[in-house]
Design a binder for this molecule. Structure first.
Ligand code: ACM
Length: 764
């Protein structure tokens, strides 16, 4: 199955190449007959992403010819080879005068940073200066991108680029365990990464749903643990999670041979990218323990997911596997996972408990730390460094380890404060398996909400980190966990353009970053992605509505955004459907009281897209004090005391810090300051079963004029079933006539003791 797949991909790839060459030939044929009418229009150098430190344009164009001479000192030879291989994608005509591209090794007087470079493009010559091969490869990738941004790749505008990265680590991660992708695709992905100056490919090669790397000393890792009973991860996960042998009917899986993996290392290196392999331990190892059950605490297959840490055989396995891994991957870092290892089996295992005793460890967290420290010693002995997810901090961080901070930035901050290197990979900003738009508009994803803009605005240096600790933040990386990414085209969809936004986070000085400017440059990169046959996520025509209460105006200030560049947005405030003749959105505007707003994007073709409906309500409780009889859960404090009456309605994600999380009953009293006439009260909740967030059983309202004696509660029952898995919202609303009150007690029944998320008490 795997072979047919890769042959097909290879054939398709070849067809694309042939097509590109045919295109190039047809343009160059025109040129040969009339080389003087080369169009003067080129796409500006200022469209480069990530934005360089400095770009200056100059008159004229440089033209590539078949006989363009590339000169280089021996130490930068790989840059010349990369450029030559990229230019060979085109079939440019030769020219008598020719042009020259010269690579020069920069001296100390040149003031070029470690990975930095300068490019000077003049009509007959390009001069690239770099301190080392990394800088020269980055400069080459810039030239290749400039070419791809042109209508005609043969000519690029003249100018000068001075550039160097903000961070030394700029990574993209790929999980090939939950779903397996062929070598040809990995190469295509590396090509795109290189264009955007990523320098690290973090290859998540092993996990419960399949081991993906040939290991000669443990052949069952690939003959058995690389193949599973179900094609899609979700069915496998929900149906006993069994493995099959290679070639069994309906087996899904695959693996990379060591030769293939070495080929990827070389391919990446030629583009300036280091491949870091991740071999998971001690958890996420169900597949290893199914093939080699003697390495688990129970000694039985399909029981444990964590290596037995009391058994020397586990360490023998780890060291033998890592020895083969190190022979394939020359990276300074070897990633050992370390995340989400359940400690239950260790608690009951005599060998693990014996180890805890012998090593004078306090608990199972320290047992994990013992394992990680032992593996680190082994890696250090082999001149490698250990990299792991932030769980490796628990029980004590091993001496030279580098931490990937994924459970927010907390772990990264702690590690940096302990003088450890850190890669910032927080879930909320860098997990590209999250939805990139409203879930109902998207293919199923794992959950979470990460639109491109949020990625772009991420700053990997946390504000709380002291100046002298900031140097430990080495960079950032985008994660592609593949539970819900069954195909390479879907992987592209989840990656781009978010990865392009992240490239600027990792590269560009903060003071040069600007989302509107990035969006404008991105337009020409959509075209670039089309040329490379990348199935990127298209900008959505959905209008996002933002509302902020203005206490002076006693109104809400409404603004709209859309992912469509310079969108033509039309809107209504009378509940009617927007048309081409409705009010055109030019700037934020104010509305008071209760108003139904509908806003649509109108595209170039005159199509009025599905409107977003927003109920604006500048209500009476805005700004009023709330007394909390029961407190929110520490993990979801939103805006603490002000959340429920700040006039800001929570969005579709509880990570927007407007949703207050409760694991107990909800009970608050709103003080309206004086006796106030009441028409309506509502309390809004979210249900998102996948994340363990449910509606309350009921919501009750009671009233008091003295804050002590309350009326009999009015109770509103929930009518959204637990089985509703779609993201849902409900306002528990009650209407009143001839009622006035000062204090309103609001209670919500959480006898289920799952999370409740509420954003606002709305009083009209
Ligand atoms: C992780 O997402 N478990 C690192």
């Amino acid at each position: 199955m795997k072979k047919i797949g890769s042959v097909l991909v290879a054939v398709l790839f070849l067809m694309v190449l042939l097509f590109q060459q045919a295109l190039a030939q047809s343009t160059s044929a025109t040129k040969q007959t009339a080389s003087v009418i080369i169009s003067p229009t080129t796409t500006s150098l200022t469209n480069i992403i990530p934005k360089p430190v400095s770009v200056k344009e100059a008159p004229g164009e440089f033209i590539f010819y078949r006989n363009t001479i590339i000169e280089t000192p021996a130490s930068l030879l790989h840059a010349k080879q990369l450029l030559q291989s990229q230019l060979s994608n085109y079939n440019f005509a030769a020219n008598k005068q020719g042009t020259t591209i010269k690579y020069i090794l920069a001296g100390s007087a040149d003031k070029i940073a470690k990975e930095g470079y300068t490019i000077t493009i003049a009509p007959n010559a390009i001069v690239v200066k770099a301190k080392n091969i990394q800088g020269a490869l980055l400069a080459t990738n810039t030239l290749v991108q400039i070419q791809l941004l042109q209508k005609n790749a043969q000519q690029i505008p003249c100018g000068t680029i001075i550039d160097s990265p903000r961070f030394e680590y700029r990574g993209m991660h790929m999980d090939v365990s939950r779903n397996f992708y062929p070598i040809s695709f990995i190469k295509k992905y590396l090509d795109i990464m290189a264009l955007y100056k990523f320098n690290t490919f973090h290859w998540h090669l092993t996990d419960g749903p399949g081991w993906r790397l040939q290991i000669n000393s443990y052949p069952k890792l690939t003959s058995m643990a690389a193949f599973r009973t179900h094609n899609d991860w979700k069915s496998w996960w929900n149906n006993e999670r069994k493995y099959l042998s290679e070639g069994d009917p309906n087996a899904y899986g695959g693996y990379y041979t060591q030769v293939q993996a070495k080929d990827i290392v070389a391919y990446a290196s030629a583009r300036g990218i280091t491949v870091i392999p991740e071999i998971e331990m001690p958890g996420h190892s169900e597949e290893v323990l199914a093939a080699y059950p003697e390495l688990s605490c129970s000694g039985k297959p399909y029981v444990n997911d964590v290596f037995c840490a009391g058994n020397e055989a586990s360490f023998e396995f780890i060291e033998k596997v890592l020895t083969e891994v190190m022979a394939i991957f020359p990276s300074k870092y070897i990633h050992i996972g370390g995340d989400e290892a359940g400690k239950g089996a260790w608690k009951k295992c005599p060998k693990c408990q014996q180890r805890i005793k012998n090593e004078s460890l306090k608990n199972e967290e320290e047992l994990q730390s013992y394992l990680v420290k032992r593996v680190e010693k082994f890696l250090n002995k082999n001149n490698r460094n250990l990299l792991g997810w932030d769980e490796i901090i628990e029980g004590g961080l091993s001496p030279n380890a580098t931490v990937m901070s994924w459970r927010g930035e907390k772990g990264g901050i702690q590690a940096a404060n302990e003088n450890h290197d850190v890669i910032m990979t927080p879930g909320g900003e860098t997990y590209f398996d999250a939805y990139q738009n409203i879930p109902s508009s998207q293919p199923e994803a794992i959950g979470g909400y990460l639109p491109m803009k949020r990625v772009y605005n991420y700053n990997p240096i946390p504000a709380v980190l002291a100046l002298d600790k900031q140097k430990y933040i080495k960079g950032t990386q985008g994660q592609l966990w593949s539970e819900y990414i069954p195909s390479t085209t879907h992987l592209e969809y989840m990656s781009f353009p978010r990865a392009i936004a992240l490239s600027e986070v990792g590269w560009t000085p903060v003071e040069n970053k600007n989302f509107d400017n990035f969006s404008s440059r991105l337009q020409s990169h959509y075209l670039l992605l089309q040329k490379l046959n990348v199935n990127y996520y298209r900008p959505s025509t959905i209008v996002e509505v933002f509302s902020a209460p203005d206490m002076n105006e006693q109104k809400n200030k409404i603004s709209f955004t859309s992912e469509i560049f310079n969108a033509n947005i039309r809107y209504t405030i009378d509940g009617s459907t927007p048309s081409i003749n409705s009010l055109k959105y030019e700037q934020p505007f104010y509305v008071g009281g209760e108003v139904t707003i509908k806003a649509s994007v109108i595209t170039n073709d005159g199509v009025v897209h599905e409107p977003t409906t927003y109920f604006s309500n500048y209500h009476k409780a805005i700004g009023k004090k709330v007394k909390f009889n029961t407190l929110w859960d520490k993990s979801y404090p939103a805006q603490t005391e002000s959340t429920l009456t700040n006039g800001i309605i929570g969005s579709i994600t509880y990570s927007d810090k407007q949703w207050l999380g409760y694991l107990i009953d909800f009970d608050v009293v709103v003080d309206m300051d004086s006796i106030t006439p009441l028409n309506k009260i509502g309390l809004r909740f979210m249900q998102y079963v996948g994340a363990g967030v449910y509606m309350p059983k009921s919501v009750s309202y009671s009233f008091s004029d003295d804050g002590i004696n309350f009326s009999t509660p009015i109770k509103i029952e929930n009518n959204i079933p637990d089985t509703e898995r779609k993201l849902s919202f409900k306002t528990f609303e009650s209407s009143f006539t001839n009622t006035s009150t000062r204090y309103i007690r609001v209670q919500a029944d959480n006898s289920r003791r799952q999370f409740l998320f509420t954003d606002e008490v709305i009083v009209n």
